[in-house]
Design a protein around this ligand. Structure first.
Ligand code: ARG
Length: 566
């Protein structure tokens, strides 16, 4: 319908004012009093046409007034055009929302979008802060895939670096001969922590660690198998958490993979004079004054490579192997400068590049002081998840009379993990994030439990209707205000998805779902659904069914799950 409107408007204005290649954009107004669709085209054109905006707007209104599907068209304010659609046209338009609930088939050709996210460092348990990159990244994967993009979800794990030398030394000294495969992640962490404590007293330990890492790099058999063991133990423990969060990667090729892929790039950079000699034989990239970037170190004086060297090799590899249209790096704002340097450097190397984008996110703070100030130790993600689930369990117990379920444990898991994740994804990722247990678990605020409850409520209405056929009615009828308003909110779903994807902003989707929940609940509270007369009942049930589908689709894109009963 919007397309038809745009077409009609385009032809009208082109004919009237002898224009060509005009594009008329329509949007859904925020205010209900402004109708179902609005355009500012008259304001835009008036100046060049040397006409009053209202006059141009009136020409448009007169033409639209006569179009099928239009109930009325009005000039407003300085020259806006507001259009009200007929009930029939509005209902017809809902089929686009319905379609938006199914994934679009992947369109090949432009190459995949690679999304680099989660990226924990091996041999350490996931800290609570890891959840940010993990869920923002997964949501972006889901959105792209749903909208027909090919996606490579990439867990670029930190499985290389001097920490392995430290761990190897600690294991040899204090490991009592226990094979690595029998270690838990916590025990490995203990070894690591012990290394640091002892290294304060014994300065030779750091040298030993460096030597061990060098041996590992040179391919020492024992150290290799030790390293493999550590990677295996860590991955097994990560897998369990990812599963709980509905996070799935297409690959977890990590930093170690690029070990033999860095030399050619260092050579290329030197030849192209992008990498120049820095202090003590190191290689650096320098930038022009106006770029306001400090030099970028790509190789140390002793020939050792760095995180940056691996990232360079990684970009080359990704381009050659996947021919991506874009690579998105979902990484902490602390690495903003680093990514600016990295992206500038590869553009200087003159590679044919895909879009490279650093998708930043801020810091996470707990409103609950006790959680943010546990000094020294990282707050483990697993513990925070468990805490979320046990708090959800308490909420279920407290609302026993209104919450119904035959499987309390899985509802608590769904609510708890959902609350944690939604608490993050519903906030603007660019800002520091404040995490408040009360808020994220509340049953009637902008929270996962509220969304889950609303979905279950809609499902319960549908269960009670003695039919499964919730097709949208074809015939016209007058709409009540509540119906119109619910339809209006449902209609914006496709645009919200595209917006959240294009801006890489999951909170746009979360906040939309919250608005839809509120809209649906006030509809539910004020209009009889099952007891309405035949024609209205059909419409109201199909709106309920569509609202449930949109809530479920949106929630799953945010990595959440919603119950049928609750
Ligand atoms: N593992 C890194 C860290 O913990 C983040 C990796 C981000 N991705 C990348 N391609 N650099 O800091």
């Amino acid at each position: 319908m919007f397309e038809e409107l745009a077409e009609k408007a385009r032809i009208t204005l082109q004919d009237k004012y002898s224009l060509r290649d005009l594009v008329v954009e329509w949007r859904r107004p925020q205010e209900k009093a402004q109708g179902d669709a609005a355009t500012t085209i008259a304001l835009k054109l008036a100046k060049n046409l040397k006409k009053k905006p209202q006059e141009v707007a009136q020409v448009l209104c007169d033409a639209l007034q006569k179009s099928p599907g239009v109930e009325k068209a009005e000039v407003a304010g300085a020259g806006y055009v507001n259009v009200w659609l007929t009930p029939e046209a509005l209902i017809r338009e809902l089929s686009i929302t319905e379609e938006a609930c199914s994934p679009r088939p992947a369109s090949k050709g432009k190459g995949p979008v690679i999304i680099d996210y989660s990226q924990p460092n091996i041999a350490k348990p996931l800290g609570v802060h890891h959840i940010l990159s993990t869920v923002v990244g997964q949501c972006l994967c889901n959105l792209h895939r749903h909208l027909g993009y090919e996606v490579v979800g990439w867990n670029y794990i930190g499985d290389w670096g001097t920490q392995f030398g430290k761990l190897a030394v600690a294991w040899e000294k204090w490991g009592k001969g226990k094979p690595v495969s029998e270690y838990s992640l916590d025990e490995l962490l203990e070894l690591y922590v012990r290394f640091h404590a002892e290294a304060e007293k014994d300065k030779t330990l750091d040298d030993a660690a460096r030597a061990a890492f060098l041996k590992l790099e040179q391919g020492d058999k024992n150290l290799r198998s030790f390293w493999e063991g550590v990677v295996k133990v860590t991955k097994a423990s990560l897998a369990a958490i990812y599963e709980r969060l509905h996070v799935r990667f297409d690959t977890d090729i990590g930093e170690s993979f690029y070990e033999d892929k860095m030399q050619p790039i260092l050579e290329e950079g030197r030849k192209k004079k992008v990498f120049v000699e820095g202090e003590e034989g190191s290689l650096i990239v320098t930038f022009k004054d106006e770029e306001k970037l400090p030099p970028f170190l790509v190789q140390k004086g002793d020939g050792a490579t760095l995180y940056a060297t691996r990232d360079l090799a990684q970009i080359r590899y990704r381009i050659d192997t996947f021919h991506p249209q874009a690579i998105l790096y979902v990484v902490d704002v602390a690495q903003q400068l680093y990514f600016q340097q990295l992206f500038k450097t590869v553009s200087r190397l003159d590679w044919k590049l895909p879009l490279l984008e650093h998708v930043v996110f801020g810091r996470m703070r707990f409103a609950d002081q006790a959680m943010s100030t546990r000094k020294g130790t990282v707050l483990k993600l697993e513990h925070v998840l468990d805490e979320a689930v046990s708090r959800a369990q308490e909420a279920i117990t407290a609302h026993r009379d209104s919450i119904q379920t035959d499987d309390e444990a899985s509802l608590a898991e769904m609510m708890g993990t959902g609350a944690l994740v939604y608490g993050i994804l519903s906030q603007n990722r660019k800002m520091d994030l404040i995490f408040d247990w009360e808020k994220v678990l509340s049953l009637d605020g902008n929270s996962a439990p509220y969304l889950q409850y609303t979905h279950a409520r809609a499902c319960s209405v549908l269960r009670k209707a003695e039919t499964n056929d919730f097709a949208l009615p074809q015939k016209s009828q007058a709409l009540t205000d509540r119906e119109r308003s619910l339809i209006g909110t449902l209609l914006t779903f496709p645009a919200v998805l595209e917006d959240a994807r294009a801006q890489r902003m999951p909170h746009t989707l979360a906040n939309y779902l919250y608005a839809l929940c509120q809209e649906f609940n006030s509809f539910y509270n004020s209009e009889p659904i099952l007891k309405a007369e035949e024609r209205q009942r059909t419409l109201r049930l199909s709106l309920t069914s569509l609202a449930a589908r949109v809530l479920k689709t949106g929630a799953e894109l945010l990595t959440l799950r919603v119950p049928e009963r609750m």
